[in-house]
Design a protein around this ligand. Structure first.
Ligand code: C5P
Length: 236
């Protein structure tokens, strides 16, 4: 069965500063979203890439993607997103044909993920894992707080989890299609920041495979500088 990628790209990206929705900001002169779509379309056995765009920008995103046709054998489609990432992913999943067996969910905000990472995730799902997540060890020590404080107020620490047992997770996260659909159907809130978390809550095992430094998420202005530098290095 073919694999498909769903790319939630309906976020506004306010942390990046004012301007166009994040997915449409240029990187090396090309919108971040186009980089993300290309990265998925190059993946082995990927037959379809579904982009979930801000509702008001579906037509714009469609014409943008038409300017950058996918490789032969890969189709691309654009659907309208929702108010949260989780809702946007659900709307993307609803656009997949029955024939799809493996689904990758990839943030538009991770435009530079190498194809080797994409293929490793797909391969692990095909080898039998229902949910596969690329991840890296964390370099910062992480503190837990009871709840976010008011801006500028000190926040009391409640715990320091052992760093060696923490991983920072990336995308694409790969799933057996039925497992991911069931996880979204079983979800009781709309607050999930990743799809694997929903699968965990169903009691299904999620496994990690090595992620890649270049699959970092472009969230803040500094991340844009890093992304431009990574692209420039690739073009040498
Ligand atoms: O906000 P965050 O960085 O976690 O967003 C991750 C991804 O989810 C981004 O690619 C963003 O465009 C997408 N998203 C979405 N719909 C929303 C919110 C975020 O597709 N309502």
């Amino acid at each position: 069965a073919p694999a498909a990628a769903v790319i939630p790209a309906a976020g506004l990206g306010l942390r990046l500063g004012p301007g166009a929705p994040k997915a449409l900001r240029p990187l090396g002169g090309t919108p971040m979203l186009v980089h993300a779509v290309r990265a998925m379309a190059r993946g082995r056995t990927i037959a379809l890439v579904v982009v979930v765009a801000p509702a008001e920008q579906v037509a714009l995103v469609r014409s943008l993607l038409d300017e950058h046709p996918p490789p032969p054998g890969v189709e691309q489609a654009v659907v309208a997103g929702g108010a949260t990432r989780q809702e946007s992913v659900r709307l993307g999943l609803a656009a997949l044909p029955e024939s799809v067996g493996v689904v990758l969910v990839h943030d538009a905000a991770r435009p530079l993920v190498p194809v080797e990472t994409v293929d490793a995730v797909t391969a692990a799902v095909r080898a039998g894992a229902p949910a596969v997540v690329p991840a890296l060890p964390v370099t910062d020590t992480v503190k837990a707080i009871a709840h976010p404080g008011a801006p500028g107020e000190p926040e009391p620490v409640v715990a320091t989890p052992e760093r060696a047992l923490l991983r920072a997770v990336q995308t694409p996260q790969g799933f057996d299609r039925a497992t991911l659909l069931a996880a979204h159907e079983a979800a009781t809130s709309d607050l999930a920041t990743d799809d694997a978390g929903l699968v965990e809550r169903m009691g299904v095992e999620v496994v990690l495979v090595p992620g890649h430094e270049e699959a970092f998420k472009v969230t803040r202005p500094l991340d844009l500088l890093l992304a431009e530098a990574v692209l420039a290095r690739r073009r040498i």
